[in-house]
Design a protein around this ligand. Sequence first.
Ligand SMILES: C[S@@+](CC[C@H](N)C(=O)[O-])C[C@H]1O[C@@H](n2cnc3c(N)ncnc32)[C@H](O)[C@@H]1O
Length: 276
Amino acid sequence: MKTKERIERHYGTGRILEAIKQGLQATGKDLGNLRVDDVSDVDEFHLGGRVASEHFFPKLSLQPGQRILDVGAGIGGGARFAADTYGVSVTGIDLTSEYVQAGREISDWTGMSEKVELNVGDATHLEFDDASFDGAFTMHVLMNIENKATAFAEVYRVLKPGSVFGIYDIVQRDPGDIAFPVPWADEASSSFLSTSEEYVSELESAGFNVEKVEDRYEFALGYFKMVREKMANAGGPPPLGIHLLMGESAKTKLGNVAGNLEAGLISSCEFIARKS
Ligand SMILES: C[S@@+](CC[C@H](N)C(=O)[O-])C[C@H]1O[C@@H](n2cnc3c(N)ncnc32)[C@H](O)[C@@H]1O
């Protein structure tokens, strides 16, 4: 099966927008008058959601008016957060067409369509000119990409010299087999976890200077504990959450992430790299 087909089959549910609409309505949100923050419980599809973004984005040195690339933008939560918070224009690409369609609609609802452009695209083959972006970021995408070196080389190519590339990803921590399914893959053949040392080495081989690596293991553990307690108190998942993006097996996938974290097999990690 081709990569795009495999990824779309994994992430697409056929009813993402409908599920988000229902979730927003159940939480009393007015679809005709939505702010970026109103959607953040569901559109930031990475460990720690908005809380993790608020920790990650300040390190990207974003300045108003810059043109920024979001590699694997999903339904565009990170892109809208960056555009709304820092006044940058964001171009997001993602392999899953259903996410791109849903993301465009949510940008319309939140009045962000002029600042955020979402298109179908592949991180390992970026359809942009050399040196066309002032910065780039990617969150929780590279676990789906076997050939990270190609993606890093592509991001390096499209960045202007001196630009920052930030990565927030799940990495392999201790050696060992993780439990599946997880939110990014149903089985081992679709999951390509690397250690943080491997990320650094491949970023450097692509030409980047790696300025900062921050392991977020304790944060990740604490975040899952908090989510579990919240769900136990509420008697189930909230109407609006990233489980809406994970289909029928959402509960198992999230449980496996928690188990893999507790076993010390995975961690979340930030990397800040710069094109010299
Ligand atoms: C867990 S989601 C993260 C989405 C988004 N970055 C966020 O944090 O909300 C992973 C995303 O990576 C995308 N993806 C996987 N492989 C890709 C590739 N080769 N090129 C572009 N996008 C890819 C998937 O379609 C999916 O939307």
